[in-house]
Write a protein that binds this ligand. Structure first.
Ligand code: ATP
Length: 235
């Protein structure tokens, strides 16, 4: 269960969002500047709502009336940032090992997880490379591997496949899907890609100028013809 009902006034922008989903993966779509990343940041605990409630499964992350604001480190969230945000001076291996090490996994398990995630994304051969030397698509894969290796209880992904070529996108999507299914993890994915929405999403929320303009089941989008469905919400 995912419940995000938040308001936040920024300098030139007001966010007033209501998102509810019973299970599975929530996809956020919408124009540039419509507030998608801000929603992810509030769920992660990086940005603070002025008021509202954020609940993930049975856990309340934020409740302004009850005075609850769980710190970032206690939310156990995995976040793939839009700009990757790798540790540039560290190797690919150490970037991916960071999450499991921080969470106290024993060394053997750290290695197992790092190898598993990097092999799945075809990046094991580059494990000793410095992150700053990688191409954009390679950085994005390492960001994804870093997030998944930490075994979070909630996945937040901001355009996680945007730098990948079409073929790599397809198998990376199935890799993400498998993790979500195997880990029974709720996930919120921001994307501009209809293929991501249809293949990864259970519920799709379309944002427009800080609000949810429309929502629907991903399979309904497919039935209705996704282009028509999405385009109908934008002038
Ligand atoms: N800390 C902040 N202070 C002031 N304004 C902010 C802040 N963070 C975000 N904004 C503004 O909020 C609006 C929404 O930004 P956000 O990054 O959430 O959009 P987005 O839907 O993710 O866009 P994109 O598709 O381009 O990534 C923008 O107008 C942005 O300038």
């Amino acid at each position: 269960m995912l419940r995000i009902r938040v308001t936040r006034a920024l300098r030139d922008f007001t966010l007033d969002v209501d998102i509810e989903s019973d299970n599975g993966t929530v996809v956020l779509m919408g124009n540039n500047g419509s507030g998608k990343t801000t929603v992810l940041n509030m769920v992660a605990g990086i940005a603070r709502p002025d008021a509202g409630v954020i609940k993930v499964k049975e856990k309340t992350f934020f409740d302004s009336e009850a005075g609850i604001d769980v710190p970032i480190e206690d939310r156990n969230v995995g976040y793939v940032f839009q700009n990757y945000a790798l540790f540039p001076h560290m190797s690919v291996y150490d970037n991916v090992a960071f999450g499991p090490r921080m969470r106290g996994a024993p060394p053997g398990e750290v290695e197992e997880r790092v190898k598993h995630e990097l092999e799945a994304l075809g990046m094991w051969g580059l494990r000793d490379a410095k992150a700053s030397r990688l191409s954009g698509g390679q950085k994005q894969k390492v960001a994804l591997a870093r997030c998944l290796a930490a075994r979070p209880s909630l996945l937040l992904m901001d355009e996680p496949l945007s730098a990948l070529d079409a073929e790599t996108q397809a198998w990376t999507r199935s890799c993400i899907k498998q993790h979500i299914r195997d880990g029974h993890m709720p996930a919120i994915i921001v994307t501009h890609s209809l293929a991501d929405a249809i293949e990864l999403g259970d519920m799709v929320f379309i944002m427009d100028r800080g609000r949810v303009a429309a929502s629907g089941r991903a399979d309904e989008m497919l039935k209705n013809g996704s282009h028509t469905f999405i385009n109908s919400f934008f002038r």
